[in-house]
Design a protein around this ligand. Structure first.
Ligand code: S3P
Length: 176
């Protein structure tokens, strides 16, 4: 069993994913971190030197590699779920959880960060709104959707575990 967190930049996938993995006794993997380590470049550098299409290919390669992984929480990059094949290969023994937040909340969370090439524009809020309205349909394909606006990571994890237990996926701290 694995859990794949999808959702827009700044919705808390990495923070929540680490905590969720610790709670379940699962391993944790962040797709951006692994791609950066393998390429020896930051995501911004990959976008700048190799282009976004190359980055998306790396994401897809990773999705295929992870299809057989087990006992794993994956925090995916914000564009990962836009490739339906990525989601298909991961869904086989995985559960997809979408983290959401309003454009304003996302803006407040990301405005002092500079590592996201798609938000490296003069005025990020309209860019966030535009990308989010196009991407919403992809994020909505998740098995479970959780709004992370104005919530603490620990409470979000509790909410996810409660939902999953309610659906018979996990019973309390069941690690299988
Ligand atoms: C992207 C989100 C980023 C990273 C890249 C592209 C996107 O990940 O993969 O900058 O297309 O939304 P985070 O969602 O972890 O910031």
């Amino acid at each position: 069993m694995k859990i794949i967190l999808i959702g827009f930049m700044g919705t808390g996938k990495t923070t929540v994913g680490k905590l969720l993995a610790a709670n379940l006794g699962y391993d944790f993997l962040d797709t951006d971190d692994l791609i950066e380590a393998r390429e020896g470049k930051t995501v911004s550098q990959i976008f700048a030197t190799d282009g976004e299409a190359y980055f998306r290919k790396l994401e897809h390669k990773l999705a295929r590699e992870l299809s057989k992984a087990d006992s794993l929480v994956i925090a995916s990059g914000g564009g990962f779920a836009l490739n339906r094949e990525n989601m298909e290969v991961l869904r086989s023994n995985g559960l997809v959880v979408s983290l959401n937040a309003s454009p304003e909340v996302i803006y407040q969370r990301v405005k002092h960060e500079s590592h996201r090439p798609l938000l490296a524009v003069k005025n990020p809020l309209p860019q966030i709104e535009k990308l989010l309205s196009y991407r919403a349909k992809y994020y909505q394909e998740a098995d479970l959707m959780v709004d992370t606006s104005r919530k603490e990571p620990g409470d979000i994890v509790k909410e996810i575990l409660g939902e999953l237990a309610g659906r018979g996926v996990f019973n309390g701290r069941n690690r299988n």
